[in-house]
Design a protein around this ligand. Structure first.
Ligand SMILES: Cc1cc2nc3c(=O)[nH]c(=O)nc-3n(C[C@H](O)[C@H](O)[C@H](O)COP(=O)(O)O)c2cc1C
Ligand code: SF4
Length: 516
């Protein structure tokens, strides 16, 4: 029997993976060949999707990007034996993009079928939870603290401190909520976890529940992710059937149940307190802090809220020990981050590396530079509220503190590349426009300031009282930073000010063009 592998990740489905799967089955049938096609998680080599792998005695050999029309030629060319072909990428493990990664969270990517408990366990799954079930809550929290794991959703808050707060608080009910709203531009790692290795997220959340004494959990998934929602629901059912979830997990006195909730389709619903409001069935409006959600969270009860990638890192930490995870990384940024290469990039996809890798290494060594072949000019790191980093700073190490020192942020690890054709004044205006559209409207600096910000940028670009309007924009940005209730209004100035600082010439471009 010949074994083939093709992902069911929606990035591959979007470029025809199902059609390729059908063509392979039809061709194998017509040729009366004994072929099985396994629909796995994605390797994260998104520019090669649909990426078909064949098992050979030497290991898996990959072909991509494959279209349904290519399939007959691949069979003729002997791809079932791993033969050389224009689409052949060689042994998958030797593809440099994969070979030089440090995959702890994404260790199973491309290897297993997403909702198979059997395959998950054959590749190390549930080893962390098994250990946690035999530990006291405080011991689990200590392991997570020792790992140095910080929240992967953007703010980088230490997970151990959050978990300890919920653990130490006495309440009749506690909750664990996973923030899977993944609204940042250029990010897709949360989706890949949920579509590709959902049992890992279930395991991480269950460990959190066991640690803190929480018996109920919710996964708040953005509404634009129908495949992730479907896969998570199927995985919850499979984990429950195998008693890794539910009452008396694996015969212990620990119980934990999980439910999926569909997001309300607004960027602000990713802000944790707005997410709680939305989970409670209300409009997604930001709550004032304090009280913090760890003490007064969902339905007023102590709640652990973490991002998908934060929970997904936990099974490894419990299985191998906090120190093993902390051995990766630099400074106070411990472990690995699954970086997401997007925008104008030749090799877009997922690169999991220890903190400390530079932005330039990610873009050039892994990403292969821009898709257009033109020079890189700016890189937005950390989503729509992140700074535009100029090409002169590509030697910046991916580290929370190193980025903060440059008035930038690592955020959720989304990296969006722009070539030299980008208009940075337009990008700055877009940041204000995005804030105006997505603001929850609760506070004035964000609600009104973002609209005024667009107008001021328009005046600067139109060369109206340039000096005075530039000073006004800077003042407005400072007011938004100081006076906004949450990071939506508080961080919008980051991309605006970075554009103004690093690319001032773009704000006079219209004037120069008019003069030419
Ligand atoms: C406007 C806004 C949008 C956010 N969107 C997300 C999101 O989509 N996913 C996420 O995990 N965190 C998001 N956050 C951060 C959360 O508020 C919160 O810090 C995070 O869920 C905590 O989990 P962590 O500690 O594991 O990062 C957002 C914050 C703001 C201000
Ligand atoms: S900063 Fe903006 S999004 Fe945040 S609470 Fe205020 S109005 Fe709402």
């Amino acid at each position: 029997m010949i074994r083939l592998f093709l992902t069911r990740d929606s990035a591959a489905l979007a470029v025809g993976a199902d059609e390729v799967a059908q063509a392979i089955s039809a061709e194998a049938q017509a040729r009366k060949l004994d072929v099985t096609l396994s629909r796995t998680s994605s390797r994260g080599l998104l520019w090669l999707e649909p990426f078909v792998e064949v098992e050979t005695p030497a290991g898996r050999v990959g072909y991509g990007p494959v279209s349904a029309e290519d399939v007959k030629g691949l069979f003729d060319g002997g791809f079932l034996e791993g033969a050389v072909h224009p689409l052949c990428q060689g042994k998958t493990d030797d593809i440099p993009f994969l070979k030089y990664q440090e995959r702890l969270t994404f260790a199973r990517a491309g290897l297993t079928e997403p909702v198979s408990v059997e395959q998950y366990m054959a590749h190390g799954g549930f080893a962390g939870l098994k250990k946690a079930l035999a530990m006291a809550g405080a011991e689990i929290v200590k392991e997570v603290t020792d790992s140095g794991l910080r929240g992967r959703g953007g703010a980088g808050f230490p997970a151990g401190i959050k978990w300890k707060t919920v653990h130490d608080f006495t309440a009749d009910q506690k909750y664990v909520c996973c923030n899977a709203d993944e609204g940042d531009s250029g990010t897709f790692a949360d989706r890949m976890v949920m579509e590709g290795d959902p049992l890992m997220l279930i395991e991480g959340m269950t460990i959190a529940g066991v640690a803190a004494g929480a018996t109920r959990g919710y996964i708040y998934i953005r509404s634009e992710y129908p495949h992730a929602i479907e896969t998570m629901k199927a995985a919850i059912a499979a984990a429950g059937a195998a008693n890794w979830l539910g009452q008396n997990i694996q015969g212990t006195d620990k119980s934990f149940t999980l439910e999926v909730r569909r997001g309300a389709g607004a960027y602000i619903c990713g802000e944790e307190t707005a997410m709680l409001e939305s989970l409670e069935g209300k409009r997604g409006m930001v709550r004032a802090k304090p009280p913090i959600p760890a003490i007064t969270g969902l339905f007023g009860k102590p709640t652990i809220i973490n991002n998908v990638l934060t929970f997904a890192a936990v099974p490894y930490i419990l299985a191998k020990g906090g120190k093993a995870y902390a051995d990766y990384g630099m400074g106070r940024s411990r472990g690995t981050l699954p970086f997401q290469l997007a925008g104008n990039i030749k090799h877009g996809g997922l690169v999991e590396k220890a903190f400390g890798v530079t932005l330039g290494q990610l873009i050039n060594d892994f990403g292969g530079g821009t898709f257009t072949g033109r020079p890189v000019r700016a890189v937005q790191v950390g989503g729509p509220l992140g700074a535009y980093v100029p090409v002169s700073q590509l030697d910046l190490p991916m580290d929370y503190e190193a980025f903060a020192a440059k008035a930038a942020m690592v955020g959720h690890g989304g990296i969006v590349v722009f070539d030299d054709s980008v208009d940075m004044a337009a990008q700055a205006r877009f940041a204000m426009e995005f804030c105006a559209i997505e603001s929850c409207g609760k506070c004035t600096p964000c609600r009104i300031g973002s609209t005024r910000g667009m107008e001021v940028i328009d005046r600067i670009v139109a060369d109206e009282n340039r000096a005075a309007n530039t000073a006004l924009l800077e003042d407005l940005c400072q007011t938004m930073v100081d006076g906004s209730l949450c990071a939506m209004g508080g961080l919008t100035p980051m991309p605006v000010m970075s554009a103004l600082k690093h690319f001032p010439e773009d704000f006079t471009r219209a004037k120069r063009l008019a003069a030419e």
